[in-house]
Write a protein that binds this ligand. Structure first.
Ligand SMILES: [Mn+2]
Length: 339
């Protein structure tokens, strides 16, 4: 018989996040790992983000400073799917061949591009089917990447079930490139694909952005009716020049969002000291407490969080897993407040 759950004791490594005593039936929040990193363009390792987070989660203390008994939130992390992992490995090998051709200005083999794009579509279908089935059972879902391309299928399922909603994206990058490196479903293209293919996403609010290409910058300005940018530069300048406090900026950010909010949390939105092994780190991001303060304001505003993803957590050190697990706990608890 399993030992009774003790929120004051050591965690039992039962395969569930933080060792919580729930399963897929009894939990209301399902964390779905997507061990996928086919199109990464810089550092590898985020496919093992979910296992790094799970391992780190066992050493978390359970009291949340805002929601004391947060550990009562019925959270279950699904097992890591071996065939998704295998498809990721296969696709990554193909993508590397194509990226090498590009970087060395060699002839392009279009069959490589086709195979990567087909496999990415397979992944999107898998995520769509998994999340659709869970939503039909009345579960709330947090997707755990993997690279940032993974939530596409989930957002399609959510749009069908929830109708219109807005996305709060915390990220160092816009992720608005059109088929980066020829890969339609690149991690750098996720929100271009979402805005072009999912009309129920009425608003995208991007926070912490500090790396961009010209096309992305132009796209945001051309779609200002649907996309709102709170770049890192703006956030810091407002505070340095004492125009607004950080809290006031958070309120502005929340004001841009509709009643239903999905959170897409790319860990590289945080300062890179908090995510040193993420896929594409960029200097100067949000501090941990700045991110948490912003997330709390969503609840304080009365808006409903309908789902989230956490992506791009690295696996080369336990520190990445430690910070990732803490952010995942916050996100899951906030989703639990909206049941
Ligand atoms: Mn991203």
């Amino acid at each position: 018989m399993q030992k009774e759950f003790d929120p004051n004791g050591y965690a039992i490594k039962n395969g569930n996040f933080i060792g919580l005593p729930y399963n897929e039936e009894t939990a209301k929040i399902i964390l779905l790992p997507v061990p996928w990193e086919a199109t990464v363009s810089y550092a590898a390792g985020t496919a093992f983000g979910p296992s790094n987070i799970l391992e780190a989660s066992y050493q978390l203390d359970l009291v949340d400073w805002k929601f004391g008994n947060a550990w009562k939130t019925p959270i279950y992390m699904a097992p890591i799917n071996a065939s998704v992992q295998a498809l990721s490995d296969e696709t990554r090998a193909l993508a590397i061949q194509h990226i090498n051709n590009l970087e060395q200005a060699k002839a392009i083999d279009s069959s490589l591009i086709d195979r990567v794009n087909n496999n990415s579509q397979q992944l999107n279908t898998w995520v769509y089917e998994q999340t659709k089935a869970l939503l039909k059972k009345g579960k709330k879902i947090g997707l755990v990447g993997g690279e940032h391309s993974v939530p596409f299928g989930y957002l399609k399922a959510l749009a069908e079930e929830e109708g219109e909603f807005g996305i709060l994206q915390i990220d160092a990058h816009f992720d608005l490139r059109v088929a980066y490196e020829d890969f339609t479903y690149s991690h750098a293209s996720i929100f271009y694909n979402v805005l072009e293919q999912i009309p129920q996403v009425t608003q995208l609010t991007q926070v912490g952005i500090r790396d961009a290409c010209q096309d992305e910058f132009d796209y945001v300005h051309a779609h200002s009716n649907r996309v709102t940018l709170y770049g890192m530069n703006y956030i810091r300048e407002q505070v340095y020049m004492q125009v607004q406090t950080y809290h006031e900026i958070c309120q502005q950010i929340i004001d841009s969002l509709p009643e239903k909010v999905y959170i897409s949390f790319d860990i590289d939105g945080l300062d890179p000291k908090l995510c040193p092994n993420t896929g594409t780190p960029v200097p100067e991001g949000l501090e941990f407490m700045e991110a948490v303060h912003l997330l709390h304001q969503i609840i304080n505003s009365g808006r409903t969080i309908i789902g989230f993803d956490l992506c791009e957590v690295g696996s080369a050190s336990t520190w990445d897993g430690n910070v990732g697990a803490r952010i995942l706990y916050k996100l899951a608890v906030l989703l639990g407040r909206c049941l």
